[in-house]
Design a protein around this ligand. Structure first.
Ligand SMILES: *Cc1c(COP(=O)(O)O)cnc(C)c1O
Length: 387
């Protein structure tokens, strides 16, 4: 089945086959019909009707669809993207182990890797994601996990998924890809040999800025191991958010295709604008990794970033002058959002980390929504004229 069909049908199971819309199961706990059934449920892996931190029928329905979307055997839903990533990483490593990851990651992932893991005796090496050989050089005998994120936030650098997967497989190392920015519509890391795929479902998967959730997909065995850690760490999704996520997923392919087309149009417009000094978007021929983008992505996503010629103050003024694009963090939803990147990151990353992540003081990140491309272009043109 194509993705457009999967999102409509892949969550159905024999039990709920007559419900056209999914049922919402808010129950935190479920009654067993006999002592024997209770004992079975209490000791099962991933029971759907036992206690909601262990599993829930609405979660299960959503997880079936998410696994299919990423071409994986299984998926596990979480209360947030960070809940998913932290649990997946902590399920994988122990004191003495080593992790290879990127210099540029989502901020929470960077904090997990550089602050939390070292406190538990896990070594971490961060590498330039655009250099596949840098991953190979960073691997040591203790390396257990490679974490990648492509395109990365906020300068849209890419990681060669096939190259990293090949390196890891030869050495028995697990790979985890944060696929939030591309979404499974534009990129399916499993097809390149990546073991685990994580998302902030808060973004494209949900798509309406009304839920917070995360997901990890992979083999049944790997997801079961992560589930055992998840019932201890407890980043359990709300059943209502799982239900909203199912609703959002129905339109995922339509939304992402349109957002990607609009983002490409806006990137081209900004690249030709005299008040913009640089545009970062993998769909542009000027992107240093455009060939890789065409190899591993179907379209290039709804997020782009650009540098305003006037510097820090001009970038801040520009974001404040936009009328359609709201000045808010997050991405992947129906409404366009814009942020001045340095304002977001200067509170939690030091100046060196900001520079290492390639964040210029003049950088603006635009997360394109579903408004008309013409209207968004006019909004940008007016705001650029004002600065
Ligand atoms: C937002 C985001 C996260 C964190 O997800 P939450 O749902 O906010 O916890 C992780 N990775 C990427 C790439 C993100 O954009």
């Amino acid at each position: 089945m194509e993705l457009e069909t999967l999102v409509i049908h892949a969550d159905r199971s024999a039990e709920d086959d007559t419900d056209i819309a999914p049922a919402l199961h808010p129950a935190s706990t479920f009654r067993a019909r006999s002592a024997g059934e209770f004992a079975t449920l209490a000791n099962a892996a991933r029971p759907e009707r036992y206690y909601t931190r262990y599993g829930n029928p609405t979660h299960a329905r959503c997880e079936r669809l998410l696994a299919r979307l990423e071409g994986c055997e299984a998926a596990l839903l979480f209360a947030s993207g960070m809940g998913a990533i932290s649990t997946a990483v902590l399920a994988q490593v122990a004191a003495g182990d080593h992790v290879v990851a990127q210099a540029s990651h989502y901020m929470g992932t960077t904090r997990l890797l550089t602050d939390l893991l070292p406190r538990f005796g896990v070594g971490v090496t961060l590498v330039d994601q655009a250099d596949a050989a840098a991953f190979a050089r960073a691997i040591v005998p203790e390396t257990r996990l490679i974490v990648v994120e492509t395109p990365s936030n906020p300068v849209l650098l890419l990681t060669d998924l096939a190259a990293v997967a090949r390196l890891a497989r030869d050495r028995g190392i697990t790979t985890l890809a944060d696929n939030t920015f591309a979404s499974p519509v534009n990129q399916r890391p499993r097809e390149f040999g990546i073991d685990l795929v994580a998302h902030s479902a808060t973004k494209y998967l949900g798509g309406h800025s009304d839920l917070v959730a995360g997901v990890v997909a992979g083999s049944t065995e790997a997801v079961e191991r992560i589930w055992k850690t998840s019932i201890v760490l407890g980043a359990t999704a709300s059943p209502f958010d799982a239900w909203l996520l199912l609703r959002g997923l129905r339109t995922l392919p339509l939304r992402v295709e349109r957002q990607s087309a609009t983002a490409l149009e806006l990137a081209r417009f900004l690249e030709g604008h005299p008040a913009v000094s640089r545009v970062h978007y993998p769909g542009l021929e000027s992107h240093l990794q455009h060939d890789l983008a065409r190899r591993q992505m179907k379209a290039f996503g709804g997020v782009l970033s650009f540098e305003v010629a006037g510097g820090y103050a001009a970038a801040q003024r520009l974001v404040g002058s936009l009328e359609l694009a709201a000045n808010a963090v997050s991405l992947g939803a129906v409404e366009t959002l814009a942020v001045h990147a340095a304002s977001v990151w200067e509170g939690s990353l030091g100046p060196e980390e900001i520079a290492q992540a390639g964040i210029s003081p003049a950088l603006v990140r635009l997360a394109v929504g579903l408004e008309s491309a013409q209207d968004l272009k006019a909004d940008l043109a007016r705001a650029l004229a004002a600065v």
